[in-house]
Design a protein around this ligand. Structure first.
Ligand SMILES: Nc1ncnc2c1ncn2[C@@H]1O[C@H](COP(=O)(O)OP(=O)(O)OP(=O)(O)O)[C@@H](O)[C@H]1O
Length: 475
């Protein structure tokens, strides 16, 4: 059974039988449904309920499906729309898509097709929500300009200036330094701000899926292509395309990307109709692309295309002067998010936060502070809730115990508190091994693995980064 909770679908059709069949089909899948036999009734229901998706017949007495679609797009632009049409009026349905319908479905076709389209809509809505949340976060990132680190300040100022141009930007830096945050910051300070920021992580898709993600495909262009799909290049039209982990892109896709950047045109897989696209590319990688070029794994001509401006984000451990700024920022943010008041921290916690080397960079600092706040029952951040051995090993090593032997050192270190920390380390190791095994089982398909592990796609990506797990393409 699909996870369909809290997804409210309005069915509009003057054909009672068809409407009832659809209602039955969708409520059997666990969706909440409302139904209306004409446009007026539909509009009344939209005013009363929070509707996520409207499925409307094209041809109806009175106001037809297209007029209803236009009315809903104007009054409730957040509602996704699918148009149902009879055989023979496909051009009209395509017109409906041009007017803003997500897709069309032919009456009497396999119901599984409709269910798949609904799944897709849910997926897109989820991405949009994530996008909005990240965008809200990005609004607060002007605090980055308060940096005390000369090179980082210069970098942010360059990013802001570069935002005005249309130049392709390459962001380099270790995992978790904030490359995506910087990319969003650039988008937000650019003239494309009102349009999409479309992020694609090249590392999480297998080679063929990556191409279909980027270019989209026509229905029937390969097994499993049950409906037309708009790719990310097209979806980023007018906005910014963020290609994360571009160093992991297979050579064949690199060649195709280069052509798109040269011609500003794409063809969906299974179509030979060129479509012009206009997006600004920001690419990012934690890899050393010079090395990759030398080893023949990255095209030099593509490098020159994507690297008009290169921004290299320094690791957090090289910006020690900024640690107090970030610590305060995250404590403020997280206490607001969790609605929990932080009254202070034990001196050992402060020492730790200021001396730790943060191999996972800003992402790791955020996680550590979040954990300290979640675990604190008194409002004071406590040493016992720190995730690693007490000594932060500021000068050498990563500061995170990486092996069972390090864990067992922590184990013998200081009685009960040490034992808890060691257990935590062992648990993290077990978790990392388990995730690696599941990934392997699923042939490194992150979506499939996240389902088995019962965590979100994003959480799994974070774990992959946190534990430095690499799929074969990343090795
Ligand atoms: N300047 C910043 N201000 C606030 N939070 C930040 C900042 N930079 C990074 N973060 C936090 O760190 C997390 C990681 O950032 P981001 O995803 O941008 O890093 P990344 O370098 O793109 O990582 P990866 O290479 O693993 O994709 C974000 O979710 C965000 O919470």
């Amino acid at each position: 059974m699909r996870n369909t909770h809290n997804f409210n679908i309005l069915i509009v059709d003057d054909d009672n039988d068809y409407r009832q069949v659809l209602e039955l089909l969708l409520s059997n899948q666990g969706y909440d449904t409302q139904s209306a036999s004409d446009a007026m009734e539909a509009m009344a229901l939209i005013r009363q309920h929070e509707i996520d998706l409207m499925i409307t017949d094209y041809r109806m007495k009175g106001m037809d499906g297209i007029a209803l679609l236009n009315e809903v797009r104007r009054s409730n632009p957040g509602i996704s729309i699918i148009v149902i049409t009879a055989y023979g009026s496909v051009e009209k349905a395509v017109e409906a898509m041009r007017q803003g319908a997500f897709t069309y479905v032919i009456k009497g076709s396999d119901p599984e097709e409709l269910l798949l389209e609904i799944e897709k809509i849910k997926h897109f809505r989820h991405l949009e929500l994530e996008n909005r949340t990240l965008k809200k976060q990005t609004n607060q990132f002007d605090f980055m300009l308060n940096t005390h680190h000369g090179h980082f300040r210069h970098l942010i100022e360059t990013a802001k200036r570069a935002a005005d141009s249309n130049a392709n930007i390459l962001v380099l830096g270790e995992s978790g330094v904030g490359k995506e945050v910087l990319a969003r910051y650039i988008h937000q300070h650019s003239s494309r701000e009102a349009n999409q920021f479309m992020a694609v992580n090249c590392h999480v898709f297998s080679d063929s899926v990556l191409e279909s993600e980027l270019f989209g495909h026509e229905k029937g262009s390969f097994t499993g292509a049950v409906a037309r799909r708009i790719g990310r290049f097209e979806a980023a039209d007018g906005g910014t395309l963020f290609l994360d982990e571009v160093g992991d892109m297979p050579l064949s896709t690199q060649a195709k990307l280069l052509r798109v950047l040269e011609n500003h045109e794409i063809e969906r897989i299974g179509s030979n109709q060129p479509l012009s696209v206009d997006f600004r590319l920001i690419a990012a990688t934690h890899k050393n692309l010079d090395d990759e070029i030398r080893k023949g794994r990255f095209r030099e001509d593509l490098y020159f295309r994507i690297a008009t401006i290169v921004l290299e984000v320094p690791p957090l451990r090289e910006r020690r002067e900024d640690l107090p700024l970030y610590i305060d920022y995250f404590i403020n943010q997280i206490q607001q998010d969790l609605k929990k008041q932080v009254s202070g921290m034990e001196p050992a916690v402060e020492r730790f936060l200021l001396e730790y080397r943060y191999p996972g960079n800003i992402r790791e600092m955020r996680n550590i502070i979040e954990r300290l706040i979640v675990l604190s029952s008194t409002g004071t951040l406590m040493e016992k809730d720190l995730p690693t051995p007490k000594s932060p090993t500021p000068a050498t090593g990563s500061g995170t115990p990486e092996s069972a032997s390090e864990a067992s050192e922590a184990f013998s270190e200081d009685g009960v508190a040490g034992s808890f920390r060691a257990l935590r380390v062992i648990r993290q190791e077990a978790e990392s091994r388990h995730i690696q095994e599941v990934l392997k089982q699923c042939d490194y398909n992150v979506s499939e693995a996240s389902k088995i592990l019962e965590i979100s796609h994003r959480q799994l990506n974070n774990k992959i980064n946190e534990y430095g797990l690499r799929t074969p393409a990343g090795n």
